[in-house]
Every structure is written in C-alpha cells, then in structure tokens.
Design a protein around this ligand. Structure first.
Ligand code: FAD
Length: 276
C-alpha cells in the first residue's frame, strides 16, 4: 500500500488528568509518523493559552504541531498578538477558521469570515505560516446554497491557503464530488478528508447535528440498535470508518486527518487495519 500522510487533531485538555491522557495518546500515535498534529481553539479565544500550551507540549521530540485560530469575536489587534506569539515560538503551521460564537454572545469582530483571516495573515505575516482552512463536502450548515459555499471555499483558498481539511463525512461520494467541483473553480490545493472514528452513538449524533455532517440512516439505525453495548458500537464503527478510509485511500486522497477527541485507540485501529 502507498504511504499516506496522516494527521491527528486534539483539543486542549482542561485538567492534569486530561493532559496525562493526551500525552499517552500522543505516545500511541507517534509510531504512525503523523505529518502533523493540530490543536483546536475555542471561539473568541477561550482556549488561547491552552491551545498554545498544548501545541508546545505536543511539539516535543520534533512532532509538528499546528494551532487552530478562529477570528470570530476577535479584533485584528488580538489576532495579531496571537500570531506574533505563535511566530515567536517558531510555529509555522496553522489552521485558520472563522469559528462559531456561542449563541447570544458578543460581537462578530473585525474579520467576519475565514477568507478575511487568511488575507489578514498573508498581509501581515507573508509566507511565514503554512495555512490550512476548513472545507465542507456536505456544505456548511449556515451556507446560503451549495454553490455559494463552494465559491466561498474557493475564495478562502485563493486568499492564500496552502491546504484544506474537510469536516467529517460518511458519504465518500459527497467528498469526491466536492473535490471535483472545487477543482472546476480553480482550487488546486490538497483537500484532505477529515475522519471521525465512531465510538459513541449519542455523541456522534449530537456533533453531527451541530456541524451539519450527515450520519446515513443505516449507520444511525445500526448504532442505535446496540444500545449500551459499547463494544458492539466500536466494532461496527471500526468496520464502517475503515471501509470509508479504504475507499478514500484507493482514490489517492492526499492524506487522512483524524478527529481523535484526544483518544488514540479508534484512529490507531483504523490505521492498522488500513495497513498504514
Ligand atoms: P468560513 O469559511 O468563513 O465559512 C462560514 C460560513 O460563511 C459558510 O456558510 C460560508 O459559506 C459563509 N461565507 C464565507 N465567506 C462568505 C462571504 N464572503 N459572504 C457570505 N458568506 C460567506 N471551530 C472552532 O471554534 N475551533 C476550532 O479549532 C475548529 N477547528 C475546525 C477544524 C476543521 C478541520 C473544521 C472543518 C472545522 C473546525 N471548526 C472549529 C468549526 C468551524 O469554526 C465552523 O464550522 C465555523 O462555523 C465555520 O468556520 P470556517 O472557517 O469554515 O468559516
């Protein structure tokens, strides 16, 4: 099997126990030689220090760690300060996002969309950062129309993104079609599929509802039927997500980006089954 570039996404832990767990996760995933790992950022800067601390912790032993940065609810001045701090630590890779404001909270800020954040970073920091942006094969939940969302995605890439990572999906065809349509709009950067391992039915349904990812009915029905049998959920989830990844790898996707939720077991099991 051809080597495939892997990346893993984490969130900043809030407790010492969470940090210990994340370090153990990192140790288990390191042998898979990820191209990079990334660390999420709470909207409005709520995890600002936690994101940086986690990135620095993850960067030990030469692992490339990319912080996420969202612009919603932030001033240019505060974004500039965060980017300067990232640069002062030698960080050269970030995931640039709009983010979501918690409902009823705060002002939109000076930059309304991720495309504006990408332009801002390029204007102020030149080529210092490698920039990833988000892509939505099943379309962003707030988008006016699929066409409009695709055009906005293309705008974001043309503003200076080097690569994109998708929202997770279980319909491979949605991804293939999205990539085809983006290419027709002149998007030529890698569009790496985001992969959500399935380990918990209610959590998966809750996340999917929020982010607009579709859980196909046959998957939801099977997961629901397992009730509290977590082993059965994990075993079925492993089959389904490995099959999805195999289709993607066979189609020569540029990489796989795993939403780990700070656990190693599910992502590792999928990679082992894939033989990567
Ligand atoms: P944008 O690209 O700005 O798009 C948002 C919406 O605005 C879309 O509907 C788009 O069509 C529309 N739009 C864009 N430009 C325009 C325009 N010029 N005019 C009109 N409409 C426009 N969230 C976090 O808070 N922290 C994280 O760390 C985080 N990491 C993520 C990582 C990945 C890989 C992904 C896929 C998502 C992540 N998210 C994160 C979630 C993300 O912040 C939300 O999905 C958010 O709602 C949109 O962010 P975006 O960067 O895709 O926004």
């Amino acid at each position: 099997m051809n080597p495939i570039e892997l990346s893993f996404e984490f969130f900043p832990p809030k407790t010492q126990e969470g940090l210990d767990k994340l370090r153990a996760t990192r140790a288990q995933l390191l042998p898979l030689k990820p191209k990079f790992v990334s660390v999420t950022f709470g909207a409005g800067g709520s995890t600002q220090q936690g994101t940086l601390d986690t990135v620095l912790d993850m960067s030990k032993d030469g692992l490339e760690a990319a912080p996420h940065l969202s612009c919603i609810g932030s001033s240019k001045e505060s974004l500039r300060a965060i980017l300067n701090e990232y640069r002062s630590h030698g960080i050269r890779h970030i995931v640039a996002l709009r983010g979501d404001l918690p409902s009823g909270m705060g002002e939109v800020g000076e930059l309304r969309y991720a495309s504006e954040l990408v332009s801002f970073i390029r204007a102020e920091f030149g080529d210092w950062f490698r920039i990833e942006v988000a892509a939505y094969p099943e379309y962003h939940p707030q988008s006016r129309s699929p066409r409009h969302d695709l055009e906005n995605f293309a705008r974001k890439v043309k503003a200076g993104a080097n690569s994109a990572i998708t929202q997770y999906f279980f319909n491979a065809d949605a991804y293939f079609r999205f990539v085809d349509e983006a290419r027709k709009l002149g998007v030529d950067v890698p569009i790496v599929p985001g992969i959500m391992p399935i380990t918990n039915y209610s959590q998966l349904m809750r996340f999917s509802e929020m982010c607009g990812a579709e859980v196909p009915r046959w998957i939801a029905k099977r997961l629901e039927s397992f009730g509290d049998d977590r082993d059965a959920i994990r075993a079925f989830g492993l089959d389904v997500v490995t099959d999805l990844c195999r289709r993607l790898v066979d189609a020569k996707v540029p990489g796989l980006h795993f939403y780990t939720l700070n656990g190693a077991a599910a992502s590792k099991a999928i990679c082992e089954r894939l033989g990567v």
